[in-house]
Ligand binder design. Sequence first.
Ligand code: ADP
Ligand code: MG
Length: 665
Amino acid sequence: MEKLGLVRDIDLALHLPLRYEDETRVTPIAAAHEGETVQVEGRVRDSRVELRPRRQLIVRLADDSDELVLRFLHFYPSHQKTLAVGARLRVRGELRGGFLGREMVHPSFKAVNDDTPLATALTPVYPASAQLPQAYLRKAVSSALTRAPLDELLPPGSVPAGLPSLKQALLFLHHPAPEVMLATLEDHSHPAWQRLKFDELLAQQLSQLQAQRERAALRAPPLRAGAGGLHEQLLAALPFRLTGAQHRVTEEIARDLARPHPTHRLLQGDVGSGKTVVAALAATVAIDAGWQCALMAPTEILAEQHFRKLVGWLEPLGVPIAWLTGSQKGKARTRMLERVASGEARLVVGTHAVIQDRVVFERLGLAVIDEQHRFGVAQRLQLKRKLEGTPLEPHLLMMSATPIPRTLAMTYYADLDVSTLDELPPGRTPIVTKVFADGRRDSVIARIRDEVAKGRQVYWVCPLIEESETLDLQNATETHARLGEALPGVQVGLLHGRMPAAEKAAVMARFTGGELAVLVSTTVIEVGVDVPNASLMVIEHAERFGLSQLHQLRGRVGRGSVASVCVLLYTPPLSDTGKARLRAMAETNDGFEIARRDLDIRGPGEFMGARQSGAALLRFADLAEDSALLAQARQLAPQLLEHHPRAADAHVNRWLGSKAEYLKA
Ligand code: ADP
Ligand code: MG
């Protein structure tokens, strides 16, 4: 039960049936139709084990109207005893036309006598697990329902008109009367369902508002760039002019950082929109103000690339930068940790190793998380604790190339300020995307030859094989060998997740330096890698990738002024969602549009990634379907918090319990 999150009585009360079984009626056998699931009652006429065509228990059950066969392919002696000749049984199952006449295979059954009462309500069928039988769960839910505190918490008049109380709604949904329209239960349009969804959305809105208020009560060091300081120096030294969008968001971030409350801002911008320089500029504000800045990336390759870029920009200005990753060992690591702790290092770049408990900052003022969707909530919480022992929290800037669709932003990220880079740096030629069946591999290889002859570079991304890292590797190794053969005289490199970090870095450096013309890789290059001379991206088995991942991968090309192509190779036949994804890729380069379609194809639960939240955040409500209820919940939440703070607390606790912390991170 704990695994299913069923701990408190209220958790059980909120564990709603998937569907119902009607055990309130007994149908005469003669009146039951084939294909129908019915309950019948009768006496066992005959019960025998037959061995052909395989061992099975065959039971003949008769009522006044007719008879039918009950067939069991798996059975125990105890079953035989209950199903013995003369027994009176109530049986429920799907009626089928079988070899032996009308039959039910593995029906549920129980022995009854003349006065065994029929159920008066529909029987709930709960989401369960193999180790947790329905019968047990039904009892547990029923008894929890009598104990759970289900009193109305919301003041009169605040619940949308026509909806029942939560208690009425739950009692009804667990044990609905037999005459209810099952369809309204199944499509969740019944008022009882509406009440649940409303309460859930309200809890969610309240917790976001509470988080906002709590944050406003928190303190952070106000960070301001001084005149003539690093910030201005970096702006002057950059080899390019900022785009209008970069200017705007840089100012938005600077305004945040100057406040004495922790920034909680998401910088979203399509791949290639130039988020790194915005992060560097934010870092200079923190450093100017005398604080340290940490920049984290989800992979070592990406972190290293940031490191190089930042070293290139900031070391000439005299900023000491430290480098921290998990693969660092011994003295090198100790030395880095010392530089961070003493405050000598003003900027610390690395992987999640940057926030491990052992890393102590002298005074961390700003943390920047790149590709934030790849970091877990727990890691973000850990980061917030880096100024422990002081009344302060660091400012937090998150960056993502996967924009959050508006409805999700409103619901899940109400406590997040969002800046958007909606403009690409000038001089980019849009990427052309082509979708080819795998059979056209040879023409793709010819294309590679052409690009390389022009001095360009090529990525070849190998398929993701979910079940097996070993297969992944084997596949990448084979592709590497085959491409090497097919492209004599061309330097083809191989990069995969199993390589030691140093080796990965070496291969990446050879590719970045132009020594390797083609890079065969597993998805380790997925995020952020920046090689402007790369003009062709081939993704093998593109149908196995998610839409946002494809978009990220494609974003590895088209980073300079050369016209770039992305080839999506697929192996037919394509599933409907596979088709929809590849079509979306071919039709648009716009990351926001891609995210919108992704949401359409996958739904918000998956979009958020269960990995991140630990559980789907909304169990009952559906953002697309329940927008009217969402609007009502959004309207009520601030009023409730203002005028009935205790009721608001109780409501959040009822619904979110221990999950509330997660929602705030
Ligand atoms: P992303 O938003 O995907 O992280 P990057 O920060 O890696 O993008 O930037 C992509 C490329 O564009 C880099 O080579 C970067 O140096 C370059 N770039 C960033 N801003 C500008 C600009 N304003 N003008 C020209 N090039 C820029
Ligand atoms: Mg990036």
